[in-house]
Design a protein around this ligand. Structure first.
Ligand code: SAH
Length: 373
């Protein structure tokens, strides 16, 4: 594990009251960008030039934008590419193939993102909120509560930074591109619906309007906010939906995923099947394997009954223990039996790898503010 400190972190100086992040190019669609530059007295095509720099060449510095008149570069960049997040710390592991970034926003909020390089693909796990209001007891982010929603610009900043590091060859394995995005960092993406949806569009709009990442390679993960899931199904996207189920029965799920007290397992799965029908995409059912809590054979059978015949795939995640938690990962034999029972009933199932554990960058371990000096 390698730790790189970038500048100094001084939470004492950070302003506490959450502020609305400044408007950013990534918040705007093409028409809105053109309108923004014309309101500045600039020709509309300046918006397209800025987009090419930002999304195409991954450039934000006015000095490098030599096709823009020297006199208006600084003003354009200040108006549409304000700095939103500052990387304050970077940790790498897996021989440089996994890298976590701790970001400080202008209001002093902290978020984290993780880049994971695999043979043939690079996945970025991004945060959609500073903190999270869903209060799942096994998740580190859930313990801290919600600070605020991130803007689309703040979400894109995490990805652009990873894309830039890959393009420059800074990430072990040689120059590359971000191919996959998972909204599995801090926050509940569907509780920040508008900004996340705009982020999906900016990520998938073709270069230079956006980053040109296929929607099929973007996963939105939710605790099961049913009205937002139904709304997402109606957007006609081709993103993947992941549902953090973690228990097949309401009695246990009420405790593991407290929002289950509002929307029960049956309603959540019904909305998931609606999403699958609308998009033709298999829904991922996320299931953290927690020793002696949700890993019994009868729960595997109950889960298999719920999923039988549906467009679904189960992702078993060995629990990443979080500080102070009484829970731990399932015994490997028990987890293997759980997996075999699902597979034996024809349910597609895989076990999630646990990249980034040693840098607290694995699922459920992102808790930026609580670890600051
Ligand atoms: N709020 C969203 C996305 C963030 S978490 C959601 O809940 O889906 C991404 C995934 O990591 C979720 O499935 C979440 O339940 C899981 N997770 C959280 N804490 C974990 C932990 N300690 N060990 C393993 N998985 C965890």
């Amino acid at each position: 594990m390698e730790l790189v400190e970038i500048g100094s972190v001084s939470p004492a100086r950070a302003r506490r009251a959450p502020v609305r992040p400044a408007r950013h190019l990534a918040d705007l669609d093409v028409a809105e960008r053109r309108q923004a530059v014309t309101e500045m007295g600039q020709p509309a095509y300046r918006a397209d030039q800025l987009s090419r720099h930002y999304f195409g060449r991954l450039i934000e510095s006015p000095d490098e934008m030599t096709d823009l008149p020297a006199g208006s570069r600084a003003a354009l960049v200040a108006a549409l590419l304000p700095p939103l997040l500052t990387a304050t710390r970077e940790l790498t592991c897996d021989r440089g193939m996994t890298r976590k970034t701790l970001w400080r926003a202008v209001d002093g909020s902290f978020v984290e993102s993780v880049l994971m390089r695999y043979p043939g693909r690079v996945t970025m796990c991004v945060s959609s909120q500073a903190g999270c209001g869903m209060a799942c007891p096994f998740c580190a982010t859930g313990q801290a509560g919600l600070t605020r929603n991130l803007s689309t610009g703040e979400i894109l900043t995490q990805v652009i930074s990873g894309a830039r590091a890959l393009a420059s060859g800074e990430v072990a394995g040689g120059p590359g591109r971000v191919s996959n995005i998972v909204f599995m960092g801090m926050g509940e993406p569907l509780a920040n619906y508008a900004a996340v949806l705009r982020a999906v569009r900016r990520l998938s709009d073709p270069v230079p309007d956006g980053l040109g990442i296929s929607q099929r390679a973007i996963t939105v993960s939710t605790v099961g906010l049913v009205p937002a899931m139904r709304r997402l199904a109606a957007e006609r996207l081709s993103c993947r939906l992941a549902v953090s189920l973690h228990a097949p029965d309401d009695e246990l799920r009420d405790d593991l995923v407290p929002v289950n007290r509002r929307w029960k397992v049956a309603e959540v799965l019904d909305a998931a099947w609606q999403y699958a029908a609308a998009t033709g995409r298999r829904v991922s059912i996320e299931y953290a394997m927690i020793r002696d809590i949700n890993d019994q054979a009868w729960r595997a059978d109950a889960l298999a009954r719920l999923l039988a015949g549906q467009l679904a795939h189960v992702n078993l995640i060995p629990l990443n223990p979080t500080p102070g938690s009484k829970w731990t990962a399932s015994d490997p034999d028990v987890a293997a039996e759980f997996e075999a029972r699902l597979a034996g009933r024809g349910i597609p199932v895989t076990v999630r790898d646990t990249r980034g554990r040693e840098i607290d960058g694995a699922c459920g371990q992102l808790a930026a503010s609580s670890r600051l000096p």
